[in-house]
Design a protein around this ligand. Structure first.
Ligand code: 13P
Length: 259
């Protein structure tokens, strides 16, 4: 039984002070009934790097996990502007979002680079959330599956099934045309892509690993549409941008009806 993962990607939003305030507000909204609420789901927030120390402090002792939005593949060295896994671990960072479409399209990250980052994350004990998704044009050309499965194959190049068998692997299907647009994939379409991703994971990593790997949906998830998305059997949670920036809306998303 896969636990759902409700993940907030804050992107380049919120200062350290604002992040701390949001983390504390989230705690007070969900902790009163966390033992029941979090029986079948996990929650994670991924602040900008410089807000991680403040948010880590605000979340100390809470069931809300911490993630990063990127990581470099090396541990140290002459890589101006980059941050490595060993720098994140002391703050209790557990997850790292990799291959997000904004990294791919604005910062030109390619699959080979993303695969190196996935490898580095896994070797340091971080859980990568590997993002895949087709653009509007690829979608309109009917190439969604080809693009998504290609990104999956290349992004997992070199990844052994042992890592996935630990349950330390997650995939996020984020159609680019749905990100920040208010236009989300229908639950039926998203479910079909998720099923195809799981079938490909079974081929690459084995059936057992595929069965425990969580596949999240991302792209204009809101309190209004989360129930129908997260209620699907192959949608193992959501990766939320805009609606994760306010405690009320993210708390409502965390409370998604999943059955
Ligand atoms: P929005 O929820 O703002 O569409 O962003 C989705 C996303 O990119 C999460 O990683």
């Amino acid at each position: 039984m896969r636990k759902k993962l409700i993940a907030g990607n804050w992107k380049m939003n919120l200062t350290a002070d604002e992040g701390r305030a949001l983390a504390l507000a989230l705690r007070s909204q969900i902790e009163p009934d966390a033992p029941v609420l979090l029986r079948d789901r996990e929650v994670m927030v991924a602040p900008p790097f410089v807000a991680i120390p403040a948010v880590a402090q605000a979340l100390a002792g809470s069931p809300i996990a911490l993630g990063a939005q990127n990581v470099h593949y090396e541990e140290r060295g002459a890589f101006t502007g980059e941050v490595s896994a060993p720098m994140l671990l002391p703050f209790g960072v557990k997850f790292v979002i990799l291959g997000h479409s904004e990294r791919r399209h604005i910062f030109d990250e390619d699959d080979a680079l993303i695969a190196r980052k996935v490898g580095a994350a896994l070797s340091h004990g971080l859980t990568p959330i590997l993002c895949v998704g087709e653009t509007a044009q690829e979608h309109d050309e009917g190439r969604a599956l080809e693009v998504v499965l290609g990104q999956l194959d290349r992004g997992l190049e070199g990844t052994a099934s042992a890592a996935a068998l630990d349950g330390r692997m997650a995939i996020a299907y984020e159609p680019v045309w749905a990100i920040g647009t208010g236009r989300n994939a229908s639950p039926e379409d998203a479910e079909a892509v998720h099923r195809a991703i799981r079938a490909r994971l079974a081929e690459r990593l084995g059936r057992e690993a595929a069965a425990i790997t969580r596949i999240l949906y991302g792209g204009s998830v809101t309190p209004q549409n989360v129930d129908v998305l997260a209620g699907r059997p192959d949608i193992d949670g959501v990766l939320v941008g805009g609606a994760s920036l306010k405690a009320d809306s993210f708390a409502r998303i965390i409370r998604a009806r999943t059955g």
